[in-house]
Design a protein around this ligand. Structure first.
Ligand code: OKP
Ligand code: ZN
Length: 349
């Protein structure tokens, strides 16, 4: 398989709130590194780097002012707080728009960080923009390879993207890599693109971006949002609106879900995609459904991932696979390789 990867992500390692304590984020540089190392060890893959970041494309799925804010945020933080430690300092919002108030633009960096985010698990450090823009560039490069004729390719994105909305970061995500890949496929001629999200958490950002659109459909299997992040979004009755009505499908499942109900939900989504008549597929590949994931509560096992990969391949569509979550770092490479093996029809021993 063609794999697009870069080590620029390593400069991004943020802090996240754990209770009232800031901890080194679960979303660590080691995650992408172990996946890269494991895939190198499989010998059959080809590796390439990303093309330069395409700010215009990002602006087709995000508010361009939001993209510009992300790029400028660290500099604005340093200008406001010049004593910040350039190595270990982190910028983070601490106040969000109160419910039912108007969403008006603040003028200070502290206000803007809250305005443009929805969670305190996502800080901005010196290397964040480089990593975020590189991750988005990986998504676009992977999509372009598929548009140019690769039957499928894997983008080793980090940080992940599926929580990033039109204009807010959160859930470790800043730019929505899957949305950028889907838009790139559309721009290169695909009439309708399906995005399927198998991360443990609901891809609220991807849903938000394509909510009103019928040219990109979004389907997701994830933990019940009454129990789990991102809360309040990801329910089964969210089907899209206006032209997008009927082109969004959520299959929330409870804590403890194992492979059997999970595969039933997948079959429901793949049948839906088949009937929709799509020209290309984007997969948000989260592996935090794994039983040993430290922050998640599904019960999938390593041996389940080849089955999932095989069912996704059976859609027979040109496919862009992108890494999202997965925090059992020691097992992440193995689980990712297991899914790709199943997808490519490689028998595991
Ligand atoms: C990102 B992805 C609080 C942790 C909150 C939210 C989960 C983000 C998951 N200490 N983190 O969908 O894997
Ligand atoms: Zn997740």
């Amino acid at each position: 398989m063609l794999i697009i990867t870069s080590d620029v992500h390593r400069a991004h390692h943020c802090l996240e709130l754990d209770g009232a304590t800031l901890i080194r984020s679960w979303e660590s540089p080691e995650r992408a590194d172990i996946v890269h190392r494991t895939l190198i060890g499989q010998a059959r893959h080809r590796f390439d780097g990303p093309a330069t970041f395409d700010v215009e494309l990002a602006g087709e799925v995000h508010d361009p002012a939001y993209v510009a804010f992300l790029q400028s945020a660290w500099g604005r933080w340093l200008a406001a707080y010049p004593d910040t430690d350039r190595e270990t300092g982190a910028a983070m919002g601490f106040a969000w728009t109160p419910a039912r108030s108007r969403r008006r633009m603040p003028s200070t960096i502290d206000g803007l960080l809250g305005h443009y985010s929805f969670a305190a698990d996502c800080s901005i450090v010196a290397g964040t923009w480089d990593a975020v823009s590189s991750s988005a560039a990986i998504a676009q490069t992977t999509a372009r390879a598929v548009s140019a004729g690769e039957p499928y390719a894997f983008g080793l994105c980090r940080p992940p993207g599926h929580h990033a909305t039109i204009d807010q970061f959160g859930g470790y995500c800043y730019l929505n890599n899957a949305a950028i890949a889907a838009q790139s496929l559309r721009n290169d001629g695909a009439g309708r693109v399906a995005v399927l999200d198998i991360d443990y958490h609901h891809g609220n950002g991807t849903q938000d971006i394509f909510w009103h659109r019928d040219d990109v459909l979004f389907g997701s299997i994830h933990a019940d949002p009454t129990q789990e992040f991102p809360w309040s979004v990801g329910h089964a009755d969210e089907i899209g609106a206006a032209a997008g009505s009927g082109w969004n499908r959520n299959r929330p499942l409870p804590w403890g879900t194992n492979i059997h109900p999970w595969l039933d939900a997948l079959d429901d989504l793949t049948t839906w995609v088949t009937n929709a008549g799509c020209d290309a597929l984007v997969l948000s590949v989260g592996l935090d459904t794994f039983v040993d994931d430290p922050i998640s509560r599904f019960a999938l096992h390593t041996g389940d991932y080849p089955i999932i990969g095989q069912r996704l391949r059976s859609l027979g569509l040109p496919t862009v696979l992108l890494l999202e979550g997965g925090y059992a770092t020691d097992a992440l490479g193995t689980n990712c390789a297991a899914l790709l093996d199943g997808f490519e029809g490689v028998t595991r021993r």
